[in-house]
Design a protein around this ligand. Structure first.
Ligand SMILES: Cc1cc2nc3c(=O)[nH]c(=O)nc-3n(C[C@H](O)[C@H](O)[C@H](O)COP(=O)(O)O)c2cc1C
Length: 412
């Protein structure tokens, strides 16, 4: 018998009874789940709307990712009897090779969430609740990070899924301004039944130009407190940051979002990041041969992979914007490859090999995959640098500013 936690939604009564809710079978929890089901993943691909789709997940696994999250799905749209079939066809695909996989939903009603989760629980290893989305659409829809202040609602969703699903429930959170509240929040989620937490070390307001640095201290504090596995998220720009983050926070795994979109080999040890067109073509081949993907998604990936080259080859930027199909994208890649190979010979690789640039960040030729920096992120370096000496954070991007001269330039 289901307990409704005071959130009566009679509308869903019928559908609730349609699911034959599983009697309690022993499912793996916490570290048993992390080790035996997920295979002790250290490198995790973040949930990303329109970007962590199946084709991207296939690519990521070729370059040392151990676990992927799907993009966030809207539980109501996903499970709705009218919009659902179309929504699922557009947004969701998987197969047995696409494992381990965690499916992420946003929701604010336990039964709607359960309905959606039930539809995929046999096609994934866990269901994740998105508690981090800071966008206005999440504010309007009352989900993601805007539930941070509604602990009872969160508790009811997590505990219902914990009781009624065959697979574990996990949550991805943002931090609060204080360590104490962040830790209390994580404990609440653990007590409600979450079997793993991803902690994005930024507060809700850190988005867009105000993104700034993630706070690894808060992630560490959560890791030191809860008994379930913790993934750390934020500030992973280069491969070396993965180890720094694991060492600093003690987290069980590191999740990469944007860093991975701009360099999908970020989890692979590397002397230099890869040539952008090589990765772009490999991705497009996956989309052609293995996993057909919506054009808008492929296009968006190419914008990121070529982001350093497009300002110099603006006609291709325009072409990419106007592209309509896979073939257009492939032709752009071929054109880009020819031009970037020329640029590489003309400019030469050697002088750029990862030197720090005028902002104190590493510099590679525009033919290579490399991270994208937002203005707010750079401004926060000053603060991070000041705190770095005390905290010995050890992240590479902070190390890049250790030289006082670089620091002066970056702040100037
Ligand atoms: C394009 C894009 C889409 C995202 N979509 C989601 C999402 O669906 N669910 C979610 O929890 N976070 C989403 N995020 C946030 C990331 O999962 C991650 O928490 C954030 O980017 C910080 O990690 P990073 O510094 O490695 O990028 C998205 C981020 C990006 C860049």
């Amino acid at each position: 018998m289901l307990i409704c936690h005071g959130l009566t939604s009679t509308k869903y009564t019928l559908r609730r009874t349609m699911h034959s809710i599983a009697p309690h079978t022993k499912k793996l929890e916490g570290y048993e789940f992390y080790e035996k089901t997920l295979g002790s993943p250290k490198h995790i691909i973040a949930p990303m709307v329109e970007q962590s789709e199946q084709a991207w997940r296939i690519l990521s696994k070729r370059y040392d990712s151990h676990l992927c999250f799907t993009p966030m799905f809207h539980a109501k749209l996903f499970s709705d009897s009218f919009s659902g079939p179309r929504y699922r066809k557009d947004q969701w695909s998987t197969n047995e090779k696409d494992r381990p996989l965690i499916v992420q939903f946003c929701a604010n009603d336990p039964y709607i969430l359960l309905n959606a989760a039930k539809m995929v629980e046999h096609q994934c290893n866990a269901i994740d609740l998105n508690l981090g989305c800071p966008q206005n659409i999440a504010k309007r829809g009352r989900y993601g990070s805007f539930l941070q202040d509604e602990w009872k609602v969160i508790e009811s969703m997590i505990s219902l899924l914990h009781r009624e699903l065959y697979v574990p429930v996990t949550a991805k959170i943002r931090v609060f301004p204080t360590v104490e509240k962040t830790v209390a929040y994580a404990k609440m989620l653990e007590n409600a039944g979450a079997q793993l937490l991803t902690v994005h070390g930024r507060v809700r307001e850190q988005k867009g130009h105000h993104t700034g640095l993630a706070d690894w201290d808060k992630i560490k504090a959560v890791k030191d407190t809860v008994k379930i596995p913790v993934f750390a998220n934020g500030n992973i720009l280069y491969h070396e940051d993965v180890k720094s983050c694991l060492d600093y926070t003690g987290a069980d795994g590191v999740m990469s979002g944007e860093g991975h979109l701009y360099n999908p080999t970020i989890f692979t040890p590397q002397d230099m990041p890869p040539l952008s067109w090589v990765i772009a073509q490999e991705y497009l081949e996956i989309c052609r041969d293995i996993c057909p993907t919506r054009h808008s998604i492929m296009k968006s990936h190419l914008f990121k992979l070529f982001h350093s080259a497009l300002p110099l080859h603006t006609d291709l930027r325009e072409k990419l914007g106007k592209s309509l199909n896979w073939q257009h994208l492939w032709d752009i890649c071929v054109d880009m490859k020819n031009r970037l190979e020329e640029d590489r010979i003309r400019i030469g690789e050697e002088e750029l090999r990862g030197q720090t640039n005028d902002k104190g960040l590493r510099k590679y030729g525009h033919w290579r995959c490399q991270p994208y920096f937002r203005a707010g992120f750079l401004l926060d370096y000053e603060k991070a640098k000041g705190e770095e000496k005390e905290r010995k954070r050890g992240s590479n991007m902070v190390k890049a500013l250790e030289d006082e001269e670089d620091m002066a330039v970056a702040l100037g």
